[in-house]
Design a protein around this ligand. Sequence first.
Ligand SMILES: [Zn+2]
Ligand SMILES: [Zn+2]
Length: 406
Amino acid sequence: METGKSGSDPGPSHESDQIEEDSIHREVLKQQLKDALVYFESLLRNSNLIEAEPSSSLNEETMVIGEEMFQNTLEMLAEKSLVLDEELTDINEIDDSSAYEEVETSLIANESSDEYEPDEKKKKRCQYQSTFNRPLTEKGSKAVLVNRHDINKVTHSYTAQYSITMSGRVLPPVFVCLQETTGTFGPRVQKTVNEYAKKYSNVVITSSKSGKLTTGLYKDFLRNALKPYVQNEKFLLLIDSWGGQTNPELYDEMFQDDKKLPTCTMKIIPPKCTPLVQPCDIYFYRQVKNLIKRLQNCAFLIERDREINSTENCIKIQSIVHHMLSFPIFSDMIRFAWFTSNLTNDRKFFFNVNKVCFPTDTLRNKYSCKNASFIRCTRCRAVLCFPCFHDNYHSGSCDIPATSCH
Ligand SMILES: [Zn+2]
Ligand SMILES: [Zn+2]
């Protein structure tokens, strides 16, 4: 994008490219479906299931059959468009799926026994695989996926940890672990962190030497994020195979019913289990990353040669992402993440971040504050420019009914 452009210019060329691309995509699909139909008929004829020529008129039964086939086709197409969704099958997938191993290697390298227990992990891996074909939850019981996400694009490496439920929720709060050379915040930094924590109340801010969660911090996470959701009920917990969190005692102590019996069934996602369970993680985090990328690389910032990657920005961004993604409009998207991991049969149409937050037709309109529209808030549906949304921290004051840009 040209740097000389004024802030009020929405940059129409990019948007029209997008629309053109969409319509080309649709035309390709229409042609593909026509060809598929011709082929479908030839397959039926080869199997001697249909006549070569139709009758002169359609009777009622024929129409019922036809409508059913039509409905089935629509469903199949909906499914196909989901699977073809570029957000799901992307070349970067490979990079994402190797993230687990990178984490493991780095933990082996620093030899911290607090953070890595290889034997325990191997044992659990077998256990997980042997139970994979069983139904994962009793009917009505809760299931939660917990996953860490390392974010490297910023000046400090940090981890953001979210928990998503099979019912389609993103649990509060999001855990952010910042890298601190000494492992803990000094008194001055702690004061600032406390201020951030007050301001960004859906984020729990912690620190460690590596910027990754330690077992101690992980326990805090379980207590703060999971316990309020599962309470004393039985639930299934899926976690990735990081040594610091695979010890079953950790869960048996933390999660108990009224009779002091453990309530947590913990299953570990093996590192090489990508086709089975990881899409859940990948699909959800792709949405997280997409939103972060949209914020960090938005035209408003690029035009001003401005970057948002300070410590406060990290926390603020995670707060915004959590605020946006934890709204029920994304429930079906999160449920789809479980479905695409073969963990549920629950599939519905869903809207992803691009469709909900960045609808090109809506964002094309300008608003009276003179800046180009940037995003539509998931919750209040207000259309806002970047300064009104990010700089003024809309998530902190977001209210229904919507108040769009001033
Ligand atoms: Zn809002
Ligand atoms: Zn504005």
